[in-house]
Design a protein around this ligand. Structure first.
Ligand code: SAM
Length: 241
């Protein structure tokens, strides 16, 4: 059935999420897996301190957002979750697929406070699984007494993904140490380790020897890495060209 016209006409971004994740490849597949810092920058119509009055009483927030980079590709009735190695299909509503009828995602993130940034009211957050520039369509406090269900069944995603070890070449370690002196890159080593230990490769690549050179984009840096003996090695990092 058609939605009420005033409803369809009034879904606009209330804010834009700023994150270190500049491309989809490498972004954690759920929130809370990697301790990356981000900011929610309110759009002009909502850029008012009163709109977030009282929010700092909460440690976590629900973000509702739009998978804006995938909207043009539409949605599929069934999807192949990466958890199942890409071999099995599940219904779109039985998964967290990004290819959904209304393209809406939701994530619980940690709230660190309300800050002013570039003249805008912003929420400082961490743990998000969002691409930089993602439109936020609503923000709500996470309420543990109701939202945290300790005996809930997690289906195919009962436990957090298994992590893989990450090591660095001398060159990469030295460059990271140099970048981290700048405030903008604080926590860069932890971020790179956190992202890569999730092993972002597609399932079929993990099954056998994989000589490929990979790259993930974090902040304005391209991180180059490969996998040997099930260990990820960071080879180098360069400013994104
Ligand atoms: N926690 C959310 C949910 O359950 O709705 C998102 C889960 S989804 C599997 C997470 C993935 O969405 C990330 O790994 C990234 O590849 C992708 N993603 C994040 N932001 C996006 C955006 N704005 N457009 C398209 N894909 C995005």
């Amino acid at each position: 059935p058609a939605l009420n016209a005033s409803f369809t006409n009034t879904i606009n971004a209330v804010a834009i999420c700023r994150t270190p994740y500049k491309q989809k490849f490498g972004i954690p597949r759920q929130p809370g897996l990697v301790n990356a810092t981000g900011y929610i920058e309110f759009e002009p119509a909502f850029n008012h301190i009163d709109a977030v009055r009282g929010i700092e009483q909460y440690s976590h927030l629900w973000l509702l957002f739009c998978f804006h980079e995938n909207l043009s590709q539409g949605w599929k009735t069934t999807v192949r979750p990466p958890r199942l190695g890409g071999n099995e299909k599940l219904g779109v509503f039985a998964t967290r697929s990004t290819f959904r009828p209304n393209g809406i995602g939701q994530s619980v993130v940690k709230l660190h406070g309300v800050v002013q940034r570039h003249g805008k009211v912003c929420l400082k957050i961490s743990g998000m699984d969002l691409l930089d520039g993602t439109p936020i369509i609503d923000i709500k406090p996470y309420v543990p007494f109701s939202d945290a269900i300790t005996d809930a069944k997690g289906g195919i995603a009962q436990d957090a993904p298994i992590l893989i070890p990450v090591k660095y070449t001398k060159l990469a370690a030295e460059k990271i140490a140099q970048y981290q002196v700048q405030e903008h890159y604080q926590g860069l080593a932890e971020l790179i380790s956190g992202v890569l230990s999730q092993d972002p490769r597609p399932a079929y690549k993990k099954a056998k020897d994989d000589p490929k050179l990979y790259q993930v984009a974090l902040y304005d840096l391209d991180i180059f890495w490969h996998v040997t003996d099930n260990v990820i090695e960071v080879l180098d990092l360069k400013p994104t060209s």
